[in-house]
Design a protein around this ligand. Structure first.
Ligand SMILES: Nc1ncnc2c1ncn2[C@@H]1O[C@H](COP(=O)(O)OP(=O)(O)OP(=O)(O)O)[C@@H](O)[C@H]1O
Ligand SMILES: [Mg+2]
Length: 281
């Protein structure tokens, strides 16, 4: 049985169709990335799955049981890292964690041990008495991630875990997420960073304009196109051709009278194939 099953989810905001019917399932211990550009519907999907949007069409099942946002048994299974940090800026790191834990009904005694554990995990133990607002961007994000772990959820939602972070900090957060994966958690994350989806997920759902346009393991999605890309830089724009070896691409390149570049296939190429656009545009 799947941990999470989503059937034909639809959601409109007035005339905007944010989700036009998406379906997928996630197995226990799997990491699935929803990859898509701004407005693809990623956050809307996460909000429905975590009970923050109540009014929608379609079905969500957790371990075969129909999800209701009022079902505390299911909600205890879930931890959520929202797209934007919603820390209480005036409270310290420790107080932020304590408040969250108490809201989840953890006893004060259990919570104290748990807070020490997650502070350690996030590498912010020495900062526990600082105001949350005074942390660096990377520390804030790590705090929000470990806050979601206080009640030991089995399924973790990470909405754009590394948004706005510089590349080095992003990488350290990736290492951290990889550690969570190794603890057997089921992780559903959203991102518009190609590399992030590639690096972290077992399976990617490429989303665009409220739909899932392609789905598969990153490697399988990429190799469905080939291994290497020959980019031909025509005056009117770049055209791409795919090859299974660098040698084949180089052989073809010799006959081209325009600037060329040979590189490995990325998920960006997959996105381009299914949507006709680049993801960052
Ligand atoms: N509360 C809302 N009211 C009106 N429109 C909304 C609301 N929430 C989302 N939308 C619209 O629904 C569409 C999907 O938005 P959503 O936030 O789910 O996209 P996203 O994939 O998470 O994008 P981003 O990468 O920018 O976070 C967008 O067109 C957005 O403007
Ligand atoms: Mg979003």
């Amino acid at each position: 049985m799947s941990e999470v099953e989503v059937c034909d989810l639809k959601k409109s905001f007035g005339s905007i169709e944010a989700l036009k019917g998406i379906s997928f399932s996630v197995n226990k211990g799997e990491t699935v990335a929803l990859l898509g550009p701004n407005g693809a519907g990623k956050t809307t999907a996460i909000k429905i799955l975590t009970g923050l949007i109540l009014n929608y069409q379609g079905k969500v099942l957790y371990r075969g049981r129909l999800f209701s946002p009022y079902d505390n048994k299911i909600k205890r299974l879930i931890g959520v890292v929202p797209q934007y940090n919603n820390l209480d800026k005036e409270l310290t790191v420790y107080q932020n964690l304590k408040l969250h834990g108490l809201l989840f009904g953890l006893s004060s005694k259990k919570l104290n041990g748990k807070i020490e554990e997650v502070l350690d995990m996030a590498g912010i133990k020495d900062h526990k008495d600082r105001k949350a607002d005074h942390l660096s961007g990377g520390m804030k994000r790590r705090l929000v991630v470990v806050r979601a772990l206080l009640h030991d959820p089995e399924i973790l939602y990470l909405d754009e875990p590394t948004i706005g972070l510089d590349p080095a900090v992003r990488r350290s957060l990736w290492d951290f997420i990889v550690k969570l994966k190794s603890k057997g958690k089921t992780v559903i994350l959203t991102t518009h960073y190609i590399e992030e989806a590639d690096m972290l997920s077992d399976r990617v759902l490429i989303m665009d304009k409220g739909k899932v346009v392609a789905e598969g393991a990153p490697q399988a999605l990429k190799s469905s196109l080939g291994k290497f890309v020959l980019e031909i830089h025509y005056p009117e724009g770049i055209k791409e051709e795919f090859f299974n070896s660098k040698e084949e691409a180089m052989r073809k390149a010799k006959f081209i009278n325009y600037p060329v570049r040979i590189r490995e296939v990325t998920l960006e190429d997959v996105f381009l194939k299914y949507t006709g656009r680049r993801i960052e545009v």
